[in-house]
Ligand binder design. Structure first.
Ligand SMILES: Nc1ncnc2c1ncn2[C@@H]1O[C@H](COP(=O)(O)OP(=O)(O)OP(=O)(O)O)[C@@H](O)[C@H]1O
Ligand SMILES: [Mg+2]
Length: 154
């Protein structure tokens, strides 16, 4: 990753509020990177990849209670796993002028399998949405186990 101008690596507990903290992280750092225009698309893509990562690392997407504070839905409490329990996922963001790489590592070796969404399924749209908002996406096994699902945005 040394050829990227900016890089961040955020470990997240594999729990339902992980996508929320991924979005907050993106809107915090992107303006500092000069990448403010990519915030919304990056948040959308990261939300889908992080949600998949939580689901496929044994985490639960059961939603915590939220309250609207300052126009934002904020979790009222975090459903943190007990010490020594619970999986983490990793959100990596790399940026150089005009080019953003979003990577989500999870501990599952199973690859993602994009589906063609139909009109009735409630699920199976996330990667379809990701593919619509990025230049390319893919996955690769991770050296230490698990895998990385990535998407590149311009
Ligand atoms: N990180 C992952 N690890 C293992 N399998 C995955 C992962 N991400 C996606 N998949 C597989 O790919 C399928 C398609 O993912 P996608 O995000 O498009 O749909 P979904 O997660 O099932 O539903 P939705 O995102 O619409 O809530 C999933 O059903 C799952 O089988
Ligand atoms: Mg999904």
């Amino acid at each position: 990753m040394s050829d990227w101008t900016y890089h961040s690596n955020l470990p997240l507990a594999a729990i339902a509020d992980a996508p929320y903290w991924a979005r907050r992280h993106i809107e915090d750092i992107f303006p500092k990177w000069g990448a403010a225009s990519l915030v919304m698309n990056a948040q959308l893509v990261a939300t889908e990849l992080v949600t998949n990562g939580v689901r496929h690392s044994g985490g639960s997407m059961e939603l915590p209670e939220v309250a609207i504070t300052g126009g934002r839905a904020m979790p009222t409490k975090s459903v943190l796993p007990k010490k020594g329990e619970g999986a983490i996922i990793r959100l990596s963001l790399s940026y150089e002028e005009g080019r953003l790489l979003i990577e989500v590592w999870d501990k599952s070796d199973t690859p993602p399998a994009a589906q063609l969404p139909d009109f009735v399924s409630e699920r199976g749209r996330g990667l379809f949405v990701v593919s619509a908002f990025c230049e390319k996406w893919g996955w690769h096994p991770s050296q230490g186990g698990g895998k990385v699902v990535w998407a590149e945005l311009h």
